[in-house]
Structure formats: C-alpha cells, structure tokens
Write a protein that binds this ligand. Sequence first.
Ligand SMILES: Cc1cc2nc3c(=O)[nH]c(=O)nc-3n(C[C@H](O)[C@H](O)[C@H](O)COP(=O)(O)OP(=O)(O)OC[C@H]3O[C@@H](n4cnc5c(N)ncnc54)[C@H](O)[C@@H]3O)c2cc1C
Length: 385
Amino acid sequence: MKADAVIVGSGIVGMSLAISLSRQNKKVIIIEKNFSKNLNNNRFYALSEKTRTFFENINIWNNIKNVNSLREMHLYYRNFENRNMINFRRDDIQKKNIGYIAQSKEIMKALINEIEKDNNINLYDNCLIEKIDNHDMEIELSTDDKKNIISRYLFSCEGSKSNIKKIFGIKNIIDDYASKAMVFNIEHEKSNRNSAIQIFLETGPVAFLPISAYRSSMVISIKNRFGDREMFNNNNICSYLEKITNNNFGVIKADSKIITFNLVGFDSETYKHENIIFVGDSAHSVHPLAGMGLNLGISDVSAIDNTFANKKQIFEDKSFFSDYARNQKIINKQARQQLKLIEKAYSIENDIANKVINITMKSIEKSDFLKDGIIKYANNNISFF
Ligand SMILES: Cc1cc2nc3c(=O)[nH]c(=O)nc-3n(C[C@H](O)[C@H](O)[C@H](O)COP(=O)(O)OP(=O)(O)OC[C@H]3O[C@@H](n4cnc5c(N)ncnc54)[C@H](O)[C@@H]3O)c2cc1C
C-alpha cells in the first residue's frame, strides 16, 4: 500500500489532520488501535475561537451537535464571592465570543462523517504498527494484521503515551504539577446560566463547564499535599462543591464516573524525527486549568496546513515540516510555561501575594480593555500573535 501520509491515532487531532491533508490532495492512511473507545468519550472540551475557525475551514463546525456558546465566564480567587471575581461576557452585538463547550463524541462524529465521504482517506481500526523502517525519503511500516505500507511521512497523533516515541527513544521534557485531577459530570438543582466558572483555591483550580442549564462538566485539580483530605473522596466531592459555591447550584450530584489521574505536563524534545512528525498530545501536554490541550493540538494541525502555503518548498522536501517542528515547539512550550506561571501565582499562600492578586483582579474587572485583551489572548490559544 502507498500513501503520502500515515497518521497513527484517530483522536480529534489525528482526524482533523487527515481531513486537512486530504484537502491538499494527499493520500492518507489512519491507523487506530481502538476507534470505538474514542467515539464513546463522554468528556467535554472548552474550544477557542481559533479552533472554531479551523473546524469551519475543514467543514465540520456546523456538523458538531449541541455546541454551547458560553454566555459568561467567571474567575474567582479563593472563594465564591463577588468582590474576588473577574467576569467575561459574550457580546452578541459586536460578535465577541468567549469560547464554546462541545462533547468529544460529537466532535468525533462530525469528523468521521467527513472522513467517510473522503476518497483520499482510509481508516484502519483495531490495528497496531509492528515495525517501522525510516528510509531516506520514505517510511516503511508493517502492522499486526500484515499490512505493508510505504509513505512519505508518518504523523504520530497517538496522544500523550506515544509508542513511536518509545521506539525511537524520543524523550519528553516533563513538568510534574504534583497534582491530580478529578474529571466528571454533575447535575445541579439550580441553573448555571450558561456560565463557565473557575475558582482558584489554595488546593488547586476547580472548573465548572456548562453542558446544559442543569449539567456541568467538572475538572478539579488537587495539589498532592492536599490529596488525602476527606472532602476529595468520591463520596464527599459533591457536597464539597456545594460548599465552595455557597450552594448557588443547590444540590449537586455526580452523573458520570469520577476519573482521577496524575497531572503531568511535557514537551517532546523534538517535533520531527527524520520522516516522523509529532502532533497534538503526542508532542505536548499542558495543565488543564485553561482547557487548552486540544486547542493547542488543533493549532498544530493548522500550522501544518499553513506549511502548504509556502510555495518555496514542496511536500517531498526533507525540510518541508521543519518550520512546523521548530515554531510549534516554541509556541507550545511558551503556552505550557504561561499556564504554569498562572497556576503558580494563584497557589501562593501569603498575605502579600493574596493582596497583589486581589488588586490585580479588581483592576482587570474594572477595565473592558484588559478583559477584551484577555479574551483575545485565550481565543487565540494563549498567544498574542
Ligand atoms: C482533565 C483534562 C481536561 C481537559 N480539558 C480540555 C479542554 O477543556 N479543552 C481542550 O482543548 N483540551 C482539554 N484537555 C486536553 C485534551 O484532552 C487533549 O489535549 C486532547 O484530547 C488530545 O487529543 P489528541 O488527538 O492529540 O490525543 P488523544 O485524544 O489521546 O488521541 C490519541 C489517539 O491515538 C490512539 N492511539 C494511541 N496509541 C496508539 C497506537 N500505538 N496505535 C494506534 N493508535 C493509537 C488512541 O486510541 C486515540 O484514538 C484536557 C485534558 C485533561 C487531562
């Protein structure tokens, strides 16, 4: 079998990349170990305006069902009181959006519908690569179901546990946040008024993403030194959420399994190894406090797409993806460092730091100019450019 590009991993990043490459008239093969697991992912993501624009360009945005355009976003510091908050509002007249919430499986469905119509893309499910030979200008692959594939490039979109990186000994530069995350969905008695909420607590940031009026998706980060507190037990977590929101949501109940895992950020030491290119979580992972991971992965795909606009080079050239590898590595590293800085600043526990943060938040809350700037920065995937 011959292809221009083999993509390993049919997550949202891998599938978006496949559609984007097909639009450049490239023959694409996707290899996936377990597609149905992906398609049934209940997780909800915060999506930026930049991601929306890219999804519009590849013709899937309007086919993603139940996308929720956020009406408001509130940031609280230490407790759920009005004097410690910054409010962001959608402006329908000036068409300023503050972000979207969409379910992973709805994004996946829109992507697979597009892929099924596309003759340039073949997806092989329940398939694993067994052998990779990196030649000078092509890559040769054999799979566990005896396929032999020759391709110009191999894209690793395998998520944070990339097997290809293991095979080629490519290391990650690790950023251990010394925290764990609890991720689950809740039902609440009172409406969330379509507002996203982030409360920066001493124990770590707690995020509420509105799914519908009476349901929200939770991401609770807990620093390891607080991890064994009773309130973070699965049985107590909902009453803890009621308490930290001053019962503004009324009774809260978990309506999905609570998943707990350690939070680790990283940058791949390289985004390109000979004919292999790393994209999305395979190349980088950031703290979930701003809901940026997937958005940064889609930015990678968009950067790969932009590479084709450079007419000085052709797809076959060895250095065709060198700029992608260099530039995205810098951009994603900066994003990871900025998120870490925000997380660190909000977790300092002393009177001076608390006063400085309170004064800063009050000044931001009073300034539409600063708030506009922050929304632009977030919608551009925490980048000014
Ligand atoms: C708590 C938490 C909350 C988050 N919230 C947000 C948010 O609100 N907004 C946001 O933008 N991001 C968020 N993220 C980040 C987001 O989840 C990831 O960045 C995103 O899912 C990465 O997508 P991906 O396609 O690169 O990888 P994945 O979704 O991990 O997909 C990888 C695919 O590769 C396949 N695969 C793996 N290995 C192999 C192999 N050897 N052979 C074949 N196939 C393979 C897998 O089966 C899978 O289909 C959050 C992350 C966390 C931890």
